[in-house]
Ligand binder design. Structure first.
Ligand code: PLP
Length: 282
């Protein structure tokens, strides 16, 4: 695979950064993951806007104007095989003598790579996934798409260790999001997801689902959701750019609704796939 590093395209295996990179030493950087369908970027501008917001929040200047980002990312996907890809990009504060304080003069490290994007398996679409709830042990700036993901990694692994696919996080008995996803619930035909703010990442997929719900007359609320409402939901969905909308059919070992992907999930998934088809067509 071909990667991009600091102005150059090169084989991924040859892309190297210093051990003094602040991304390596401090997790001092931000990232994005952007899907590509049929060779076309999906909601690229929105991802680049969120990148801009993350950079601003950590006092990093955007190293590239938007049109340069677009050009580099287009070139990256052209180098890589496959029409469906997931592009990962990250910007760190760069390489400097280790010191918490920002270095005076430093070039950011800019990196991007692409991986094949697999559609959700038929089995998963038919059966859904299981999730577990965990206390949200992360920091108070979850709106920043930070590369420092230790808490997310530990929480996801706790889910995997008990045979589940995702950890759904609760802060003071209120739903925030998943370890690497946003969460929606359905109760009596009404869709709900927690409001934006510093407790969760404002997902690009989350926003699209809210848009599709509005356009199609599906009642939808952005509001606080209690732990109790979560466990009593008729449907639970996980949403993210690479996994789209995943139905959760077991939570903490208990069946969600009737234990199969729900009717509203089926409807929203159809709307989402139709939207993707339009992107695929160019
Ligand atoms: N929340 C977290 C913590 C994530 O890591 C992700 C993405 O992987 C999301 C939410 C979903 O965001 P998006 O839909 O923009 O991919």
């Amino acid at each position: 695979a071909t990667a991009y590093l600091n102005g150059e395209f090169l084989p991924l295996g040859q892309a190297k950064v210093s051990v003094l990179d602040r991304g390596f030493l401090f997790g001092d950087g931000v990232y994005e993951v952007i899907p590509v369908y049929g060779g076309y970027f999906f909601r690229l501008t929105l991802h680049l806007q969120r990148l801009e917001q993350s950079l601003e929040a950590v006092h990093l200047q955007n190293p590239l104007p938007e049109n340069q980002w677009q050009k580099i990312l287009q070139e990256l996907i052209a180098y890589n095989k496959g029409l469906d890809q997931a592009v990962y990009l990250q910007v760190t504060r760069g390489t400097a003598v280790r010191n918490h304080a920002f270095p005076d003069r430093v070039e950011p490290t800019v990196f991007a790579m692409s991986n094949p994007l697999e559609p959700l398996s038929a089995e998963l679409r038919a059966k859904g996934v299981s999730a577990v709830t965990r206390e949200d042990i992360r920091w108070k700036c979850c709106h920043i798409k930070s590369i420092a993901l230790l808490a997310n990694v530990l929480l996801r692994q706790e889910a995997i260790d008990v045979g589940a696919q995702e950890a759904i996080l609760l802060h003071e008995e209120r739903l925030t999001e998943g370890a690497a996803s946003n969460v929606f619930i359905v109760r009596e035909g009404v869709l709900a997801t927690p409001p934006k703010g510093s407790f969760l990442l404002s997902g690009v997929t989350r926003d699209l689902i809210l848009e599709l719900a509005k356009e199609n007359g599906i009642p939808c609320q952005e509001r606080v959701i209690s732990a109790q409402e979560l466990t009593q939901a008729d449907e639970i969905w996980l949403t993210s750019s690479t996994r789209e909308i995943v139905p959760v059919t077991r939570i903490d070992g208990i069946q969600v609704g009737n234990g199969t992907p729900g009717l509203l999930w089926q409807q929203m998934d159809r709307l989402y796939q139709t939207y993707k088809t339009k992107v695929r067509a160019g």
